[in-house]
Write a protein that binds this ligand. Structure first.
Ligand code: MG
Length: 367
């Protein structure tokens, strides 16, 4: 079960509808398909979505760090030596999406070797998650129409609303329009992607106090250390750290420093191994978590639901698993489907990822 080859294949699939938020916008899924091959002919697969506005990684940098640094360090190791793999990958700082994809491809191999599903190996709590849909920046009436379409088509009743524009003329009004149109049975929470100041965020939260929000996420920059603590101390709902808590040490810092009271776990940046550490850290400290979305494609979404459904604590809230709906196509032979507001874990050994060779040939950028 030795690792004999690691591929990093850049590909690009356009979005039907771009996603816009405070720290950036996405028009094309310019991701990297990572495949780890063993000497027995098995192939572990995962996907790295580069997010330069959050982690500094680009499609080119993900390919380069995997091909030039990571692959030579892990060739010859067995799929059971995952701690050795991590010790070697961690010699390079940063590059979370590249490291996470290698980690998840190794778990895929582990499952295939054992003939068992990865979700079961991780914890086996359930076989599906409720889905939360992300509503990006648009005029309020367009955001409402989008949420209604998603609710009516897929049965989704939890929405994460992107905020971080002008809170008074745009964001609060959009949230109020959504609550009015969707009614009290729908769950709403907000994500600012650091777009507001602490004082604007505090005022906006007061103005939205009657909207029954479940969470508030990254409303102002975590680097505004005292301002953020001041804001979190007065928030009436759990305050989620996302891009400010991308690894275990940052989770500790944010939570113990009073700068967050809940954590977003994204397998796209912490894979399965480090995501499980963060999850256990949250359980130990007694804080809630949400399975976040790194604007994942279907492969990344399959990884997220495999992890989220595997644990009780990550299944308590709906997982952000629907961004792939905005993509024009994907690489899987059998596309994911969301029905009755839920997404199922794929059955079979490993992660159950089967890549359509014709689609890969059409969208890959390296040939
Ligand atoms: Mg976020």
């Amino acid at each position: 079960m030795k690792i004999v080859k690691v591929e990093a294949i850049p590909f690009a699939i356009p979005y039907v509808k771009p996603l816009r938020f405070a720290s950036g916008e996405v028009h094309t899924a310019d991701h990297v398909l990572v495949r780890v091959h063993t000497d027995e002919g098995l192939v572990g697969t995962a996907e790295a979505p580069p997010r330069p506005y959050t982690y500094g990684e680009t499609q080119d940098s993900v390919v380069a760090v995997i091909e030039k640094i990571f692959a030579p360090q892990i060739l010859g190791l067995t799929v059971l030596e995952r701690e050795v793999v991590h010790a070697r990958l961690d010699r390079t700082v940063g590059n979370p999406a590249a490291k996470a994809a290698v980690d998840m491809a190794l778990w895929d191999l582990l499952g295939q070797c054992a003939g068992l599903p990865v979700s079961g190996l991780l914890g086996g709590f359930g076989d599906r998650m409720r889905v939360s849909h992300m509503v990006g920046f648009a005029p309020a009436d367009v955001m409402v129409a989008e949420a209604e379409r998603i609710r009516d088509t897929y049965g989704i009743t939890t929405f994460k609303v992107k905020v971080g524009r002008n809170p008074y003329t745009e964001d609060v009004a959009a949230c109020r329009a959504l609550r009015t149109a969707l009614g009290p049975d729908v769950e709403l929470y907000v994500d600012g992607n650091r777009g507001w100041s602490a004082s604007d965020a505090a005022r906006a939260l007061r103005e939205m106090a009657d909207l029954d929000l479940t969470f508030a996420e990254e409303l102002c920059p975590a680097d505004d250390v005292l301002g953020r603590r001041w804001l979190v101390a007065q928030s009436q709902v759990p305050f989620i750290a996302d891009e400010s808590a991308t690894r275990a040490a940052e989770v500790t810092r944010e939570l113990l420093g009073g700068s967050a009271t809940a954590i977003s776990i994204k397998t796209a940046r912490t894979g399965f191994t480090a995501s499980q550490r963060v999850l256990h850290q949250c359980e130990g400290l007694g804080v809630e978590m949400v399975m976040g979305n790194q604007i994942d494609g279907q492969i990344g979404t399959l990884c997220s639901v495999a992890f989220g459904a595997a644990h009780r604590s990550s299944s308590l809230h709906a997982g952000e698993l629907s961004n792939f709906l905005d993509m024009s196509d994907d690489l899987l032979t059998e596309p994911l489907t969301i029905a009755d507001g839920t997404l199922r874990v794929r059955e079979g050994a490993g992660l159950g990822i089967a890549i359509d060779p014709e689609k890969l040939a059409r969208y890959r950028l390296d040939v």
